[in-house]
Structures are given as C-alpha cells and as structure tokens.
Design a binder for this molecule. Structure first.
Ligand code: FES
Length: 107
C-alpha cells in the first residue's frame, strides 16, 4: 500500500478526504498544502511556527510520540487543545490510514 486516506476538516467545517502517499517522506502539513488547504507551514516543518496545528479527531490511530520541539511550540501556541499536534511533526505512514483531523484556527 502506498497511499493512505486522511480526512481533514477545514476551518469552514468542510471535510476533505485526501489520499496521502506513504513513500514520499511527506508529513501531514505538506499533505494539507499539496491539497491547497489553508495551512501556512511558515517554518517549513521545523516545529517553530505552529501554523500547521491541527486537532486529532481519531482516537484509534497510533501517532508518533510528541517530541520536545513540538511540545515546546504547542506550549506557546494559541488555541491549543488536548488533542493538538503539529502536522509537520507527523510523517505519513501506513498506520495513519483513516486518520481524521481538523485544522486549528489561524493565530
Ligand atoms: S510548519 Fe511550522 S510548526 Fe509545523
């Protein structure tokens, strides 16, 4: 399997079901941008801007542990919830198939 399906709810509440490749070393932020969803990714995926913040709606999908950089950035970001993650810190892997996320408001 080389593509996984991810559902992304935008800030208007519209759900976009997208296909993301697992073999191109992409992360969730880059997938959002590839589908022209309104994710800035200002820092280029360095966990330094939080513009890729999203809320994880699925509870049954195993995600990579949060790293120190992501943890520190989310401690300073706006609109952070318990299920907040930085999209750029989540690589696209087969485990993500069926993941549902929601874009956090722009800060
Ligand atoms: S793109 Fe900047 S923190 Fe993710």
């Amino acid at each position: 399997m080389s593509d996984v399906t991810i559902k992304i709810k935008d800030r208007e509440g519209t759900v976009h079901e997208v296909q993301a490749p697992t073999d191109m070393a992409m992360n969730l932020m880059e997938v959002c941008k590839a589908y022209e969803l309104p994710v800035e990714g200002t820092c280029g995926g360095m966990a330094m801007c939080a513009s890729c913040q999203c809320y994880i709606l699925s509870s049954d999908i195993p995600l990579p542990e949060m790293g120190d950089d992501e943890d520190a950035m989310l401690a300073e970001a706006f609109y952070v919830e318990d299920n907040s993650r930085l999209g750029c810190q989540i690589p696209i892997t087969e485990e993500l198939d069926g993941l549902e996320i929601e874009l956090a408001p722009e800060s």
